[in-house]
Design a protein around this ligand. Structure first.
Ligand code: ADP
Ligand code: TRP
Length: 311
């Protein structure tokens, strides 16, 4: 059976971009694979310095996974930091890679270009992500389009290691849903936790309302493109076209319709999510992380042997 793995950084509340870009594709396909779903808490540490927030985010990310339909009996749900093989392999891979190779990574380049101070963790982000994927002999990685480069890096890193030490890692493929590859935010740019333009997936109705009402509309056209582009994730073609035709020129009505559709979609999941206790989450992470660790450690034993640190 082929292996599927993805992860989301526990850096803040999930938004609908995370859902349609990463989580939904995972939920749609994960039962056909041996599946792994990770909370990327060490990736979140590249930007988050508040321990209590990080702790809460980790648990909430697990709640999000379960509330979106991931059954812990059918997927290994685990926490990255509990498996030290991830950081260990990162170091080993670091020693194979050059600075110029990593300097081309978008995430780092973009932050540099915007004058944001970068830490070494952020620079090394793609290598930690490659370790996440390679440790589990992952075949397929469902992600949003923005992560494509990271999967390309992962393949190159696997190939470099294999060339240096012999066949060890599988080169994975990304799985990107084309029509929702980049979910736009309330400002029309990519929806992202770091841009403050999100519609929270599990927000209360008033939070969703506030976010939708803040969607920037272009006053030149008859249909608000930014609203429409988000709306099409929740409603099918003909029905949606008819709605926007009826609401021509009335942006507020389109936004209200979008709020209703998001609410209808999320309310049952939100209700289910509210019953997932800390104890439930802790049990899921304990069990999942043990399973993941066993696989990762087997791989590391091979890696340590191959690089020459094990006897
Ligand atoms: P963010 O950009 O909000 O910090 P992450 O980087 O944690 O989100 O992304 C987690 C997953 O969600 C990744 O697979 C990413 O590709 C996907 N994702 C994030 N934002 C979007 C978006 N606007 N459209 C589609 N997918 C997205
Ligand atoms: N970098 C990914 C993101 O920001 C999150 C992530 C970390 C990930 N490790 C992963 C995704 C491994 C897929 C596989 O979205």
């Amino acid at each position: 059976m082929q292996r599927l793995l993805t992860g989301i950084q526990s850096s803040g509340a999930l938004h609908i971009g995370n859902y349609f870009g990463a989580l939904k594709p995972f939920v749609d396909m994960y039962e056909k694979y041996e599946s792994f779903l990770m909370v990327a808490d060490y990736h979140a540490l590249t930007t988050l310095r508040e321990p209590e927030t990080l702790r809460a985010n980790i648990r909430n990310t697990v709640r999000d996974y379960v509330a979106c339909g991931v059954d812990q009996k059918k997927a290994v749900i685990f926490q990255q930091s509990r498996i030290s093989a991830h950081t260990e392999l990162t170091w080993i891979l670091n020693c194979l890679l050059t600075m110029p190779f990593l300097e081309l990574a978008h995430a780092y380049k973009d932050k540099e270009a915007r004058g944001i101070e970068t830490n070494v963790g952020l620079f090394d982000y793609p290598v930690l992500m490659a370790s996440d994927i390679l440790l589990y002999d992952t075949n397929v990685v469902p992600v949003g389009a923005d992560q494509k480069q990271h999967i390309e890096y992962t393949r190159e890193i696997a190939a470099k290691f294999n060339a240096a030490y012999g066949a060890t890692f599988i080169e994975p493929k990304e799985q990107i849903l084309r029509d929702v590859a980049v979910v736009p935010g309330t400002d029309g740019k990519k929806m992202s936790k770091s841009y403050g333009n999100t519609i929270p997936l599990f927000g209360a109705k008033d939070e969703i309302t506030k976010a939708v009402m803040s969607i920037v509309t272009d006053s030149s056209g008859e249909s608000p493109t930014n609203v429409y582009n988000i709306h099409q994730l929740f409603k099918g073609g003909d029905e949606l076209a008819a709605l926007y035709k009826a609401n021509k020129g009335n942006y507020k009505a389109s936004k209200e319709a979008l709020i209703e559709d998001i609410e209808a979609f999320i309310a049952p999941k939100r209700e289910y999510r509210s019953h997932i206790s800390d104890a439930d989450v802790d049990a899921i992470l304990k069990d999942g992380s043990e399973k993941a660790r066993a696989i990762a450690e087997t791989k590391m034993a091979d890696v340590r042997q191959k690089i020459g640190v094990a006897f």
